[in-house]
Design a protein around this ligand. Structure first.
Ligand SMILES: *Cc1c(COP(=O)(O)O)cnc(C)c1O
Length: 382
């Protein structure tokens, strides 16, 4: 194969590398000042009061659910059209994920289907901004207020996106929002994640949870001396390193450029694909600015049965396509743990139609042309 364009990939330049080398020569490669600096810059970028970094988006989700107080016997409502981590992190705490179906146009949780899922055990709603396109936060917030719940946004796809004039991560309608810095996401630290919040109490609990449940203040016993610390919760070691935080700081400087390029690529795709006979695309709603983590195409009815063949042909033509997502409730683990009767027909249909085509900031115009050419060739030759 002469050329292969992946569906997503990181962009790391000489500045990033130089910064990481500097920190490797410094006194702190973990638990040092670069972590605080990354957190301050993340909070400033997103417009939240606090940011707490974690060593993955998954541990950030675990931390956010813990900080909220999600526990055994409680339920949380989320989207089945997501990566398994969104609901797995609730299972870690013994809580029960409940899946509300999605909208066929966006793949985001359908606010009109959420309220029917609320029971007296529901504690939390976790929307996922699928592909970087914001979910209906205002409508979800109304349900949250009406039933005395909380909202945590899974914004793993959505740093740099906007909703109703503010950046995702500002938490204007939620208690917390989580980010991921995996290499396919907008900015990377290798592995990494963060929780954003405006609430000091959640902030303190997040810090504690990330570091073994240990605290150096608000002791319940008398202090034995300056070395003294107390463990108040069963926490974990979920810390990011200063090496990673440094890479994150350097990447964050480029984020607006990354998102700008993603939006340019999306605009070109939208134009090229308008009214094509093979597939539909996902659109932004009024007031939403997507950060285009993904560019999903949705096969039209005539092509549904041939998706495995289409997918395989796209790959052999050099397009690194992927599928997002296999509905979480259909995974064998969930099937074996009480989800056999769960049905989310729209998410299941979305999965049958969806293919993510290449979308990453380093894509050149000639790569976009390559995608167009090969994509249409595969459909034409079917
Ligand atoms: C990537 C991702 C996560 C998990 O992030 P990791 O950093 O890989 O642990 C969670 N939710 C969604 C929607 C994601 O795409």
């Amino acid at each position: 194969m002469e050329k292969f364009v992946p569906y997503g990939r990181q962009y790391i330049d000489g500045d990033d590398i130089n910064e990481v080398i500097k920190v490797l020569r410094s006194d702190f490669i973990t638990q040092g000042p670069r972590i605080d600096e990354f957190e301050a810059k993340l909070a400033e970028y997103c417009g939240s009061k606090y940011a707490v970094t974690f060593n993955s988006g998954t541990s950030a989700l675990h931390g956010a659910y813990f900080a909220l107080g999600l526990e055994e016997g409680q339920e949380m409502i989320t989207s089945p059209n997501t990566f398994v981590a969104t609901s797995n992190a609730a299972l870690y705490l013994g809580a029960k994920p409940v899946f509300a179906d999605v909208e066929s146009e966006t793949g985001n949780i359908d606010a009109s289907k959420v309220e029917k899922k609320v029971t007296d055990k529901t504690r939390l709603i976790t929307p996922v901004h699928y592909s970087g396109n914001p979910a209906d936060l205002k409508e979800l917030h109304e349900i949250v207020e009406k039933h005395g719940l909380a909202m945590i946004e899974d914004a793993a796809h959505a740093i740099g996106a906007r909703y109703a004039g503010k950046r995702i991560g500002a938490c204007q309608y939620s208690s917390m929002a989580i980010l991921s810095f995996h290499p396919v996401k907008h900015i990377t630290t290798g592995e990494g994640g963060a929780v954003l919040t405006n609430d000091e109490e959640y902030y303190e609990r997040l810090l504690m949870f990330r570091s073994h449940g240990i605290t150096k203040k608000d002791f319940v016993k008398p202090s034995d001396g300056d070395w003294y610390y107390e463990m108040h919760h069963l926490g974990y070691n979920y810390r990011i390193t200063d090496i990673q935080a440094t890479l994150g700081i350097s990447q964050l400087k480029k984020l607006d450029g990354f998102v700008g390029r993603r939006r340019e690529i999306a605009a070109t795709y939208n134009e090229i694909f308008a009214e094509n006979p093979y597939f539909n695309t996902v659109f932004e709603k009024e007031g939403c600015t997507s950060s285009y983590h993904l560019y999903p195409i949705l096969l039209k009815d005539d092509y549904l049965d041939r998706k495995p063949e289409i997918f395989q042909k796209l790959r052999s033509e050099g397009l690194g396509v992927q599928v997002h997502y296999i509905p979480v409730h259909t995974q064998p683990y969930y099937q074996n743990h009480g989800y056999k009767d769960v049905s989310c027909p729209v998410a299941e249909d979305f999965y049958r139609r969806e293919i993510s085509i290449p979308m990453y900031p380093a894509m050149k115009d000639e790569d976009i042309q390559f995608v167009e050419e090969k994509l249409f060739k595969v459909f034409r030759d079917l």
